[in-house]
Ligand binder design. Structure first.
Ligand code: SF4
Length: 235
Protein backbone atom coordinates (compact mmCIF):
# COMPACT_ATOMS: atom_id res chain seq x y z
CA UNK A 1 0.00 0.00 0.00
CA UNK A 2 1.47 3.40 -0.94
CA UNK A 3 -1.37 5.73 0.07
CA UNK A 4 -3.42 6.05 3.25
CA UNK A 5 -5.93 8.48 4.71
CA UNK A 6 -7.51 10.73 2.01
CA UNK A 7 -5.08 9.19 -0.48
CA UNK A 8 -2.11 10.74 1.27
CA UNK A 9 0.96 9.10 2.85
CA UNK A 10 -0.17 8.09 6.35
CA UNK A 11 1.59 6.67 9.39
CA UNK A 12 -0.52 4.91 11.99
CA UNK A 13 1.74 4.71 15.02
CA UNK A 14 0.79 2.26 17.77
CA UNK A 15 -2.47 0.82 16.50
CA UNK A 16 -3.21 -0.58 19.95
CA UNK A 17 -3.43 2.92 21.48
CA UNK A 18 -5.64 4.21 18.68
CA UNK A 19 -8.00 1.24 19.09
CA UNK A 20 -8.14 1.84 22.87
CA UNK A 21 -8.94 5.53 22.25
CA UNK A 22 -11.72 4.61 19.80
CA UNK A 23 -13.20 2.10 22.26
CA UNK A 24 -13.14 4.70 25.07
CA UNK A 25 -14.98 7.17 22.84
CA UNK A 26 -17.57 4.52 22.00
CA UNK A 27 -18.02 2.83 25.41
CA UNK A 28 -16.99 5.58 27.83
CA UNK A 29 -14.16 6.09 30.30
CA UNK A 30 -15.87 4.11 33.08
CA UNK A 31 -16.02 1.04 30.87
CA UNK A 32 -12.28 1.33 30.22
CA UNK A 33 -11.49 1.97 33.91
CA UNK A 34 -13.41 -1.15 34.91
CA UNK A 35 -10.74 -3.28 33.23
CA UNK A 36 -7.26 -3.91 34.58
CA UNK A 37 -5.93 -2.76 37.93
CA UNK A 38 -6.03 0.55 39.76
CA UNK A 39 -2.63 1.59 38.42
CA UNK A 40 -2.76 -0.25 35.07
CA UNK A 41 -6.15 0.29 33.52
CA UNK A 42 -7.39 -1.31 30.33
CA UNK A 43 -6.20 -4.33 28.42
CA UNK A 44 -3.02 -5.48 26.72
CA UNK A 45 -2.53 -7.31 23.45
CA UNK A 46 0.03 -10.10 23.75
CA UNK A 47 1.74 -11.78 20.84
CA UNK A 48 2.26 -15.28 22.23
CA UNK A 49 4.78 -17.56 20.56
CA UNK A 50 7.04 -20.50 21.29
CA UNK A 51 6.33 -23.76 23.06
CA UNK A 52 2.55 -23.78 23.41
CA UNK A 53 -0.37 -25.46 21.66
CA UNK A 54 -2.20 -22.24 20.73
CA UNK A 55 0.17 -19.39 19.79
CA UNK A 56 -1.37 -16.14 18.56
CA UNK A 57 -2.51 -12.67 19.60
CA UNK A 58 -4.42 -12.59 22.88
CA UNK A 59 -6.04 -9.68 24.74
CA UNK A 60 -5.92 -9.61 28.55
CA UNK A 61 -6.84 -7.09 31.22
CA UNK A 62 -3.76 -5.73 32.97
CA UNK A 63 -3.24 -7.67 36.18
CA UNK A 64 -3.49 -11.11 34.53
CA UNK A 65 -0.91 -13.57 35.82
CA UNK A 66 1.75 -15.22 33.68
CA UNK A 67 0.41 -18.57 34.92
CA UNK A 68 -3.11 -17.88 33.60
CA UNK A 69 -1.74 -16.85 30.21
CA UNK A 70 0.38 -20.00 30.01
CA UNK A 71 -2.66 -22.16 30.83
CA UNK A 72 -4.84 -20.43 28.22
CA UNK A 73 -2.38 -20.90 25.37
CA UNK A 74 -1.67 -24.54 26.22
CA UNK A 75 1.90 -24.26 27.48
CA UNK A 76 2.05 -27.53 29.40
CA UNK A 77 5.75 -27.68 30.29
CA UNK A 78 7.04 -24.11 30.53
CA UNK A 79 10.55 -23.56 31.80
CA UNK A 80 10.83 -19.83 31.16
CA UNK A 81 8.92 -16.94 29.59
CA UNK A 82 10.69 -14.01 27.98
CA UNK A 83 8.31 -11.06 28.22
CA UNK A 84 8.85 -7.91 26.12
CA UNK A 85 11.50 -9.31 23.80
CA UNK A 86 15.26 -9.76 24.11
CA UNK A 87 15.53 -6.59 26.22
CA UNK A 88 12.60 -7.53 28.43
CA UNK A 89 12.06 -9.63 31.54
CA UNK A 90 12.98 -13.30 31.88
CA UNK A 91 10.44 -15.05 34.10
CA UNK A 92 11.19 -18.40 35.72
CA UNK A 93 8.71 -20.86 37.22
CA UNK A 94 8.84 -19.34 40.71
CA UNK A 95 7.59 -16.02 39.29
CA UNK A 96 4.70 -17.33 37.18
CA UNK A 97 2.22 -15.65 39.59
CA UNK A 98 3.57 -12.23 38.69
CA UNK A 99 1.19 -10.15 36.55
CA UNK A 100 1.27 -8.21 33.31
CA UNK A 101 1.02 -4.54 34.36
CA UNK A 102 2.95 -1.28 34.29
CA UNK A 103 4.16 -1.79 37.85
CA UNK A 104 5.00 -5.50 37.70
CA UNK A 105 5.87 -7.19 34.38
CA UNK A 106 5.67 -4.40 31.80
CA UNK A 107 5.58 -5.35 28.14
CA UNK A 108 5.09 -3.99 24.66
CA UNK A 109 3.33 -7.26 23.87
CA UNK A 110 5.93 -9.94 23.08
CA UNK A 111 5.49 -13.16 25.11
CA UNK A 112 7.91 -15.96 24.18
CA UNK A 113 7.54 -19.36 25.87
CA UNK A 114 10.42 -21.85 26.25
CA UNK A 115 9.67 -25.33 27.57
CA UNK A 116 12.02 -27.70 29.39
CA UNK A 117 13.39 -29.17 26.16
CA UNK A 118 15.14 -25.83 25.48
CA UNK A 119 18.73 -25.10 26.36
CA UNK A 120 18.52 -21.82 28.29
CA UNK A 121 22.23 -20.93 28.02
CA UNK A 122 21.98 -21.22 24.25
CA UNK A 123 18.95 -18.87 24.25
CA UNK A 124 20.71 -16.33 26.48
CA UNK A 125 23.82 -16.58 24.30
CA UNK A 126 21.65 -15.71 21.28
CA UNK A 127 20.25 -12.64 23.07
CA UNK A 128 23.77 -11.49 23.95
CA UNK A 129 24.96 -11.98 20.35
CA UNK A 130 21.94 -10.00 19.12
CA UNK A 131 22.96 -6.98 21.20
CA UNK A 132 26.62 -7.19 20.14
CA UNK A 133 25.31 -6.85 16.59
CA UNK A 134 22.73 -4.15 17.40
CA UNK A 135 25.01 -1.86 19.44
CA UNK A 136 25.66 1.23 17.32
CA UNK A 137 29.10 1.67 18.92
CA UNK A 138 28.60 5.28 19.98
CA UNK A 139 29.23 4.80 23.69
CA UNK A 140 31.80 2.64 25.45
CA UNK A 141 29.63 0.89 28.08
CA UNK A 142 27.43 -0.66 25.41
CA UNK A 143 30.00 -1.15 22.62
CA UNK A 144 32.60 -2.77 24.90
CA UNK A 145 30.19 -4.16 27.48
CA UNK A 146 28.22 -6.29 25.01
CA UNK A 147 31.45 -7.79 23.63
CA UNK A 148 32.86 -8.47 27.10
CA UNK A 149 29.63 -10.20 28.08
CA UNK A 150 29.77 -12.32 24.94
CA UNK A 151 33.38 -13.37 25.62
CA UNK A 152 32.59 -14.39 29.19
CA UNK A 153 29.40 -16.15 28.15
CA UNK A 154 31.17 -18.07 25.37
CA UNK A 155 33.64 -19.17 28.02
CA UNK A 156 30.74 -20.49 30.05
CA UNK A 157 29.23 -22.30 27.06
CA UNK A 158 32.55 -23.99 26.29
CA UNK A 159 32.85 -25.22 29.88
CA UNK A 160 35.82 -23.02 30.88
CA UNK A 161 34.13 -20.52 33.19
CA UNK A 162 34.70 -20.03 36.89
CA UNK A 163 32.62 -18.25 39.52
CA UNK A 164 34.71 -15.14 38.87
CA UNK A 165 33.25 -15.01 35.33
CA UNK A 166 29.73 -15.00 36.77
CA UNK A 167 30.67 -12.15 39.10
CA UNK A 168 32.29 -10.21 36.25
CA UNK A 169 29.23 -10.66 34.01
CA UNK A 170 27.04 -9.42 36.84
CA UNK A 171 29.28 -6.35 37.33
CA UNK A 172 29.53 -5.54 33.62
CA UNK A 173 25.78 -5.93 33.09
CA UNK A 174 24.97 -3.71 36.09
CA UNK A 175 27.45 -1.08 34.89
CA UNK A 176 25.92 -1.12 31.39
CA UNK A 177 22.46 -0.51 32.84
CA UNK A 178 23.47 2.71 34.58
CA UNK A 179 26.08 4.13 32.19
CA UNK A 180 24.89 3.34 28.64
CA UNK A 181 23.87 6.31 26.54
CA UNK A 182 20.50 4.94 25.42
CA UNK A 183 17.91 2.31 26.22
CA UNK A 184 19.48 -0.35 24.03
CA UNK A 185 22.65 -0.59 26.10
CA UNK A 186 20.71 -0.14 29.34
CA UNK A 187 18.48 -3.12 28.58
CA UNK A 188 20.94 -5.32 26.65
CA UNK A 189 22.09 -7.23 29.77
CA UNK A 190 18.54 -7.82 31.11
CA UNK A 191 18.20 -11.44 30.01
CA UNK A 192 21.63 -12.30 31.37
CA UNK A 193 21.05 -10.56 34.71
CA UNK A 194 17.58 -12.08 35.09
CA UNK A 195 18.92 -15.54 34.34
CA UNK A 196 21.78 -15.14 36.85
CA UNK A 197 19.15 -14.31 39.46
CA UNK A 198 16.41 -16.77 38.47
CA UNK A 199 18.45 -19.77 37.28
CA UNK A 200 21.58 -19.88 39.48
CA UNK A 201 21.83 -23.68 39.33
CA UNK A 202 21.98 -23.56 35.54
CA UNK A 203 25.17 -21.49 35.81
CA UNK A 204 26.64 -23.53 38.65
CA UNK A 205 26.22 -26.70 36.57
CA UNK A 206 28.23 -25.15 33.74
CA UNK A 207 31.19 -23.98 35.79
CA UNK A 208 34.48 -25.70 35.09
CA UNK A 209 35.88 -24.52 38.38
CA UNK A 210 35.08 -22.14 41.22
CA UNK A 211 38.61 -20.76 40.92
CA UNK A 212 39.89 -18.14 38.49
CA UNK A 213 40.30 -19.25 34.87
CA UNK A 214 41.77 -16.78 32.36
CA UNK A 215 39.38 -15.47 29.70
CA UNK A 216 42.06 -16.16 27.08
CA UNK A 217 45.52 -17.74 26.88
CA UNK A 218 48.08 -15.02 26.17
CA UNK A 219 50.46 -17.39 24.38
CA UNK A 220 47.72 -18.59 22.00
CA UNK A 221 46.54 -15.04 21.39
CA UNK A 222 50.08 -13.93 20.43
CA UNK A 223 50.72 -16.88 18.14
CA UNK A 224 48.81 -15.47 15.20
CA UNK A 225 50.71 -12.16 15.42
CA UNK A 226 54.04 -14.04 15.51
CA UNK A 227 53.08 -16.08 12.48
CA UNK A 228 52.16 -12.94 10.56
CA UNK A 229 55.38 -11.19 11.64
CA UNK A 230 57.48 -14.21 10.56
CA UNK A 231 55.86 -14.43 7.15
CA UNK A 232 56.34 -10.64 6.70
CA UNK A 233 60.05 -10.83 7.58
CA UNK A 234 60.68 -13.68 5.10
CA UNK A 235 58.97 -11.96 2.16
S1 SF4 B 1 23.81 2.40 24.35
FE1 SF4 B 1 22.82 3.25 22.55
S2 SF4 B 1 24.19 4.92 21.93
FE2 SF4 B 1 25.40 3.58 23.26
S3 SF4 B 1 26.43 2.16 21.81
FE3 SF4 B 1 24.52 1.21 22.56
S4 SF4 B 1 23.03 1.66 20.96
FE4 SF4 B 1 24.72 3.10 20.72
Amino acid sequence: MNAGYLGLPTVVNNVESFVAAAMIMEQGADWFLSRGTETSTGTKLLSISGDCAKPGVYEYPFGTSIRKILEDCGADDPQMVQVAGAAGTMIGETDFDRCISFDDVATGGSFMIFDRSRDLPEIIGNFIAFFVHESCGFCTPCRVGTSLLQKRFDKLLSGRASRLDLEKMQQIGTLMKVTSHCGLGATAPNALLDSLKNFPSMYEDRLASTQFEPAFILEDALQEARTLADSGAKS
